[in-house]
Design a binder for this molecule. Structure first.
Ligand code: MRU
Length: 353
């Protein structure tokens, strides 16, 4: 399976997603600050993957602490958590992972553990977050395969694949699950301007798996839906509000509106760690605005005239009424989402207890 991110001795290693598909190079982070920078600069991206990166960064940074007293160690731990939380605002998996690390720290402190014991505990928690994410993606794939016809053309936007998770993927997990179930799948990958996650990353990882993939520019989706057969759309998510409104890569909303117009079911695939019941609806989801240079330049070449105003919101919100179902590791949840998503967590709690 694709090595998106791993802990190796005293480093966190990740494939540099800014360089794919031209170069397959790995970035080795030796400090928590380097991990935070890697998240901010998109060396690693995708909601579940940045949650895993933050957890590993916290384990790495605290693991290297020279503090001997628990008070000084705690101060360092919380400073590193803040560093991670300041990287990207939209994907809730980041904050979910930081909270998990804080809970683990709190339990260790309450049990009166030594600094070394707490370091071990944080290492184990980061590894658990990584491994659970792979397991969740596989379960999403198995549930999602059920909505894919035996012969299917599936459109996806951005990259919600192995590269965006600890492995296997969410939206691409559904595609992989369908292929593993013996279905014949062909994929339309939206290029996903401006960062080109679809053209560069989705196409790269699907082709590695031998899954037929056609890359289209974002503005082709409507015409192709009108003229060719598309069986379903499946995308990932960065944050799903309690009512089902879903933040995902900019352009997702456009695809959802087009899918509704053409009678194509539009599915979201995401683990429970992406669902944020504390956010009542999409209007409360913070949307990251990234550097204008991502829009004005391509590989160092200027595309737009100097002086043009630029917008670069990295995400948009798809209202819940456009979503046919939310595919999670606990099954597929459908409208009304306010009730069904609450049930998803209740069933997870029952399984965990
Ligand atoms: O800006 P990115 O590349 O981090 O945005 C990624 C997406 O929007 C993905 O679709 C989402 O995080 C789900 S990844 C399983």
């Amino acid at each position: 399976m694709l090595p998106t991110i791993a802990r190796e001795n005293d480093t966190v290693v990740m494939i540099d997603q800014r360089k794919l598909p031209a170069e397959e190079v790995y970035v080795r982070c030796k400090t928590a600050a380097e991990v935070a920078r890697a998240i901010k600069t998109m060396v690693i991206r995708g909601a579940p993957a940045i949650g895993v990166a933050a957890a590993m960064g916290i384990a790495l940074g605290t693991g290297k602490s020279t503090a001997t007293g628990t008070q000084k160690f705690a101060a360092e731990f919380y400073r590193i958590c803040e560093l991670m939380a300041a990287t990207r605002p939209t994907a809730v998996n980041l904050f979910w992972a930081i909270e998990r690390m804080k809970r683990s720290f709190g339990a260790a402190a309450e049990a009166g553990e030594s600094v070394d014991q707490i370091k071990d505990r944080l290492d184990r928690e980061a590894d658990a977050i990584h491994d659970e994410d792979v397991a969740s993606c596989r379960a999403i794939g198995a549930f999602g395969a059920a909505v894919v016809p035996a012969q299917a053309t599936i459109l996806t936007h951005c990259n919600a694949g192995a590269l965006a998770t600890a492995g296997y993927g969410t939206a691409l997990g559904v595609i992989r699950g369908a292929v593993e179930a013996g279905k014949r799948v062909t994929v339309l990958a939206d290029e996903t301007r401006p960062f080109l996650q679809g053209a560069r990353l989705t196409a790269w990882e699907l082709l590695r798996d031998g899954i037929e993939t056609t890359v289209i520019t974002d503005n082709m989706a409507g015409a192709i839906m009108r003229t060719s057969r598309i069986d379903l759309v499946v995308v990932g998510a960065d944050r799903i509000a309690a009512n089902g409104d879903t933040a995902n890569k900019i352009g997702t909303y456009t695809v959802a509106v087009l899918a509704r117009e053409h009678g194509i079911p539009f599915y979201v695939a995401a683990p429970l760690s992406t669902i944020d019941l504390a956010t009542p609806d999409g209007t409360h989801i913070p949307i990251e605005e990234r550097n204008a240079r991502e829009v004005t330049h391509l590989r160092g070449n200027r595309l737009t005239p100097a002086g043009a105003l630029i917008r670069n919101p990295a995400f948009d919100v798809t209202p819940h009424h456009l979503i046919a179902g939310i595919i999670t590791e606990r099954g597929i949840f459908r409208a009304p989402y306010t009730e069904s998503l609450k049930r998803a967590f209740e069933s997870a709690a029952a399984v965990g207890s």
